[in-house]
Design a protein around this ligand. Structure first.
Ligand SMILES: CC(C)(COP(=O)(O)OP(=O)(O)OC[C@H]1O[C@@H](n2cnc3c(N)ncnc32)[C@H](O)[C@@H]1OP(=O)(O)O)[C@@H](O)C(=O)NCCC(=O)NCCS
Length: 232
């Protein structure tokens, strides 16, 4: 059992909490609605060598069981991202390695309905500070396909440093894809990144509004007579 799991982290309307079996219906609904949005960035299973059976995609419950056991072993932090109290995506700190390395990597996605509101940078800032200031990790990595401009912006806005390209690094959307590596070490953020991110956003909010306001058909818009959507 890990002393550092389960954990919940919050900043304003954005939260990180452990993924759980009862998230299944919401997770399915969000993933189905966002199929086109997520597909270009989603991991896929590489071709199986002749004579081997291809591994089966786990069910949601199997996935949660695996993630929880990895979390309790101290190798992973499998979070659900919440926005205004509802599930809005996933953030996973994976590959936690101690010894002389003390590093991990972060992966994430959000519902397209909340994209552009700074939800993921806030979630990554929360996770980064937790990893550096609470767990004592030294190095975090975010690997992004060069074509994924929004995800590169998440890393850049939080001060993650572009380190280079790993050719054909991960099997994504049906093929081996190059990835850019963004890195941050604890020395580069001695007070964490959340404070820096807060200050950055406070500066932005005094200028032109950079956060997308909820639209008419937005599942996150406050309920009105014409909008009663609730995906909870
Ligand atoms: C990458 C991702 C997590 C960013 O999350 P987010 O909460 O929208 O992050 P931000 O609000 O900071 O927006 C990041 C960038 O997205 C773009 N963006 C802004 N509004 C947007 C909108 N309505 N729709 C799509 N992208 C938008 C902008 O380029 C923005 O950068 P900017 O702030 O410099 O203008 C999200 O786009 C996503 O889940 N994409 C699909 C899955 C994915 O790419 N996962 C990461 C794999 S490495």
């Amino acid at each position: 059992m890990s002393a550092h799991w389960p954990v919940e982290l919050t900043e304003g309307e954005v939260g990180l909490r452990p993924i759980r079996a009862r998230d299944q219906a919401t997770w399915r609904e969000i993933n189905q609605r966002n199929r086109t949005w997520l597909r270009p960035w989603e991991s896929t299973i590489p071709p199986t060598p002749p004579g081997h059976f291809p591994p089966r995609r786990p069910t949601f419950r199997q996935m949660v069981r695996h993630l929880r056991s990895e979390a309790h072993a101290g190798r992973m932090l499998p979070f659900v991202v919440t926005y205004q109290g509802r599930m809005a995506g996933q953030l996973t700190v994976a590959g936690i390695t101690w010894g002389s390395m003390c590093s991990a990597h972060i992966g994430y996605w959000v519902d397209s309905a909340v994209a552009g509101r700074g939800v993921m940078p806030t979630a990554v800032a929360l996770a980064t500070d937790h990893c550096f200031l609470t767990l004592g990790l030294h190095r975090l990595e975010i690997c992004v396909r060069p074509e994924n401009a929004p995800s590169r912006r998440v890393a850049e806005k939080l001060g993650y440093r572009e380190e280079g390209v790993r050719p054909r690094f991960l099997h994504i959307d049906g093929d081996w894809r190059d990835h850019m590596v963004y890195t941050l070490t604890s020395e580069e953020a001695p007070d964490g990144v959340l404070r820096r991110w807060r200050e950055q956003r406070a500066g932005e909010s005094t200028g032109a509004p950079s956060l997308r306001a909820p639209g008419r058909d937005d599942p996150w818009a406050p309920p009105t007579p014409g909008n009663k959507t609730d995906i909870r």
